[in-house]
Design a protein around this ligand. Structure first.
Ligand code: 5AD
Ligand code: SF4
Length: 434
């Protein structure tokens, strides 16, 4: 049996895809290994979102080639977004034998077989229908507690900075029945938490089931499982979704709502199709339905033509919302996007870095404040396993997706436990058993 080693980069969607890939390969006689030194096939499931993500993968391709030179017959494959973006250029590097885009995973067995005979293979066709809905993913997470389920693929938003519509193609929703079937399999394997994944979950639509409907079906079919989802788009998140969350206690009180910028002028140039006021209105609606709901965000510093004043608007929306956590990035121009074609990348790297550092410093304070507000509160957490610090401590997340740690040798991964917050750091709630 040939052994396959896969490294996964980028978003949770890629983790879910790697699980689909292992399933397709297992059905075709391939086994999985976590030891690159014994792998017959070495692959990376890649991300193109920023230039540094791609640079890191080029570094890994060099490492893969050390194996490829050492052991004849080893096949190196590049999958996912970078495969889709760079296409033939990856094969032309001479360092890669197989290139497969996000919609080409069903052809992987054939591509790998032909490539192992010394013929490099590429399939980067995007599909309007592929959802891998019939496939039962092989779970690769370590703890067996929390699983990702992909509910849709692709993206139709075409934000001007973003490469995803080009690498993942047009948006399509997966049949909700296959989502429920996959959730059943997770439950039967003992999973206690499911995260529904899509680039823009609010535009999920299959037959007459929209995202609120899907949430309701999953939450009510699996009352003992916690439900999370990501990512929401400020333009599309509806009151119906908020109402559904509020009326189901097993849907977690956490919304990831990427703001990207606090300046209307920049939001318009980003083609985000909402304004600062609209965003703040959605935040107010979330808090109205669920006062205890955590809100996290993504932001880009130094987008084309961003001025100091625009940047100040971003800082001020961070203060106004008081995000619980944020992923913060410098703008990275992606070839082929609307921004790359239409606007000069005219904020210097130094200035981008300075603005990013300012946002990070502000958010660090906001995260700390958010955690301080939780002192004395009791939360139900799902145990993930021992904490990083000590085998005498467990860690797990609360509904708001905050990491909690507490002294405990009695419980185990997969248990639900009530804890009281007694202290905090910027990133963690320090607790004791309630
Ligand atoms: N440069 C920097 N950050 C980007 N993101 C998406 N495209 C870019 C880019 N070209 C960020 C956005 C998005 C997150 C996944 O990555 O904030 O929400
Ligand atoms: Fe995920 Fe986007 Fe990276 Fe693709 S480019 S792996 S969709 S984050």
């Amino acid at each position: 049996m040939k052994k396959v080693y896969i490294e996964t980069y980028g978003c949770q969607m890629n983790v879910a895809d790697t699980e689909v890939i292992f399933s397709i390969l297992a059905d075709n006689g391939y086994g999985r290994t976590e030891d690159i030194g014994e792998a017959d096939v070495i692959m990376a499931n890649t991300c193109s979102i920023r230039d540094n993500a791609e640079q890191r993968i080029w570094g890994r391709i060099e490492q893969f080639n050390i194996q490829r030179r050492k052991r004849s017959g080893v096949v190196v494959g590049i999958l996912g977004c970078m495969a889709e973006r760079l296409k033939q250029a990856l094969l032309d590097s001479g360092k890669v034998d197989v290139v497969a885009g996000p919609d080409a995973y069903r052809s992987l067995p054939r591509l790998l077989e032909t490539a192992s005979d010394g013929h490099p293979q590429i399939d980067v066709l995007l599909s309007r229908e592929e959802t891998y809905g019939d496939i039962s993913p092989v779970r690769i997470d370590k703890n067996g507690v929390s699983a990702f389920i992909s509910i849709m693929r692709g993206c139709n938003n075409v934000c001007s900075y973003c490469v995803v519509p080009y690498t993942r193609g047009a948006e399509r929703s997966r049949d909700w029945r296959t989502i429920v079937r996959e959730a059943c399999e997770c439950r039967d394997k003992g999973y206690k938490e499911i995260t529904l994944l899509g680039q823009n979950v609010d535009s999920y639509k299959f037959e007459d089931v929209n995202f609120a409907g899907l949430l309701r079906i999953v939450a009510e079919t699996f009352p003992d499982i916690r439900i999370r989802f990501s990512t929401s788009n400020p333009q599309d998140i509806s009151d119906e979704v908020l109402e559904t969350m509020a009326s189901h206690s097993n849907i977690c009180r956490h919304i990831h709502l990427p703001v990207q910028s606090g300046s209307d002028r920049i939001l318009e140039k980003m083609r985000r199709r909402y304004t600062r006021a609209w965003y703040l209105d959605r935040v107010a609606a979330i808090k109205r339905y669920m006062p205890d709901c955590a809100i996290t965000t993504d932001v880009i510093a130094g987008f084309c033509s961003e001025t100091e004043e625009d940047h100040q608007q971003t800082l001020s929306i961070f203060r106004e919302v008081g995000f619980d956590a944020a992923y913060m990035f410098c703008y990275s121009e992606r070839p082929g996007t609307l921004a790359a074609r239409n606007y000069p990348d005219d904020v210097s790297q130094e200035e981008k870095t300075r603005r990013l550092e300012e946002i990070i410093a502000l958010q660090n304070g906001l995260s700390q404040e958010s955690n301080l507000r939780d002192l004395g509160k009791t939360f139900r957490v799902l145990v993930e396993g021992p904490s990083k610090r000590s085998p005498e401590e467990l860690c797990g997340r609360n509904s708001q997706n905050k990491m909690c740690v507490w002294p405990d040798t009695a419980h185990k991964a997969g248990d639900f436990v009530d804890v009281v917050v007694t202290g905090c750091t910027q990133a963690t709630l320090l607790c004791k058993l309630a």
